[in-house]
Design a protein around this ligand. Structure first.
Ligand SMILES: Cc1cc2nc3c(=O)[nH]c(=O)nc-3n(C[C@H](O)[C@H](O)[C@H](O)COP(=O)(O)OP(=O)(O)OC[C@H]3O[C@@H](n4cnc5c(N)ncnc54)[C@H](O)[C@@H]3O)c2cc1C
Length: 342
């Protein structure tokens, strides 16, 4: 085969990760998506860098370094663009094109999920949202998404013939700095568009943090979950504890069956799959149907009166105790630690 009729190889991929800095801070979603970008670049064997909207967040940008981010492009959004999703999407698309990104990676949170379709349309790119995983395949990626809870995985192939806008399900993002990540000497490059961008009809008026009492449990950061080991009075105490801790309430199926909570709060195989930073399991035996829904939790702590229940070997810390004693004490302790207004 001569050089002229050899198959055309795509240019090497380049991953550009969009890092949102809500309130000028690098939050867990930001840290998680940076780690994911490093992993994705490794999977594709390519270069990567980060991009953010410029503001007054120098300290937050310095926090990128432990994750090995080689460079950060700071988009000077200018007045009128900071509160416009459409303008931000256009600026990001212009910068991504100029930087030669073949994959733009975002977390699938409120901002990332809204920017992704705008970006894909501007870049004429393929769009794959809420991925839970990927693998290298040929020169591209096999991308996976969960549908219908844990039961069905959908996969698609991206072959680098067009660029890709990819959002990751926040549930699979981990904010941990891995020992394999090498601290970088950050190269920070300001970027502004030579083309004027138009603000669209929608405006970002305010960014309101989610209310743990009402947030979808799949997005909960801290959860207190309750099983049949709690009676009705105990359940009221658990509700008070969740309010004091600013946590989200979860229940097992029998507790849902008793009518103590709505279906949306049920955790497990037929309920929701959760991935909080902290999962407190109170009076839960730890059936496989329940454990299936909590295996992605970062830390599980459990309390049960019976030392032999399966929740214990599936917990980071377990306490053999009677909830009728523990709950009033726990509430009292939390109240005194927070002045009762946590
Ligand atoms: C097809 C199928 C799907 C299912 N899907 C789900 C699902 O999505 N989610 C789910 O949760 N379940 C599900 N189940 C039900 C599941 O099999 C279990 O029955 C359920 O998880 C048990 O809930 P539990 O831990 O609250 O109750 P139990 O198993 O009865 O456990 C109660 C625990 O409380 C402890 N306890 C009692 N008194 C106290 C006390 N005073 N202090 C401290 N501890 C105490 C006991 O030692 C016990 O371990 C499903 C079942 C089937 C067949």
């Amino acid at each position: 085969m001569t050089a002229s009729n050899a198959p055309q190889k795509s240019p090497p991929a380049k991953v550009l990760v969009f890092v949102d800095l809500p309130g000028g801070e690098l939050d867990d979603a930001g840290k998680g998506i940076i780690s994911e970008a490093s992993r994705l670049a490794k999977t594709l064997g390519c270069e990567w860098s980060a991009i953010s909207l410029a503001g007054s967040e120098n300290e937050a940008i310095q926090e990128f370094a432990p994750y090995g981010v080689p460079g950060v492009t700071l988009i000077e959004a200018g007045p009128g663009a900071t509160d416009s999703l459409e303008a931000q999407g256009q600026l990001l698309a212009l910068a991504a094109a100029e930087l030669g990104a073949s994959v733009v990676l975002l977390p699938h949170n409120d901002l990332g999920g809204s920017l992704a379709p705008l970006l894909a349309s501007q870049l004429q790119a393929a769009l794959f949202t809420e991925a839970i995983g990927y693998d290298s395949e040929d020169d591209g990626l096999k991308l996976m998404r969960q549908i219908l809870g844990v039961q069905v995985a959908e996969s698609k192939l991206w072959d680098q013939s067009v660029s890709l806008v990819l959002t990751m399900n926040p549930r699979v993002l981990s904010a941990v700095v891995l020992p394999t990540m090498q601290r970088s000497e950050l190269q920070i490059s300001p970027w502004s568009s030579s083309t004027a961008v138009a603000a669209g009809p929608s405006r970002i008026v305010e960014r309101i943090p989610p209310d743990p009492q009402t947030v979808d449990v799949t997005e909960a950061e801290v959860m207190v979950s309750v099983g049949l080991g709690c009676n009705e009075q105990g359940f009221e105490q658990v509700k008070e504890l969740t309010r004091l801790l600013n946590a989200s309430l979860g229940v097992t199926r029998p507790v849902y069956d008793l009518g103590y909570a709505e279906f949306e709060r049920m955790v497990g195989q037929t309920g929701k799959t959760v991935a909080p930073r902290f999962y407190l399991a109170l009076g839960i035996s730890g059936s496989m149907h329940h454990l299936g829904g909590i295996k992605d939790s970062k830390k599980v702590v459990s309390v049960n009166i019976d030392s032999k229940v399966p929740i214990f070997p599936n917990s980071d810390e377990g306490f053999v105790a009677d909830l009728r004693d523990v709950l009033p004490l726990l509430i009292e302790r939390v109240k005194s630690a927070t002045g009762g207004t946590a």
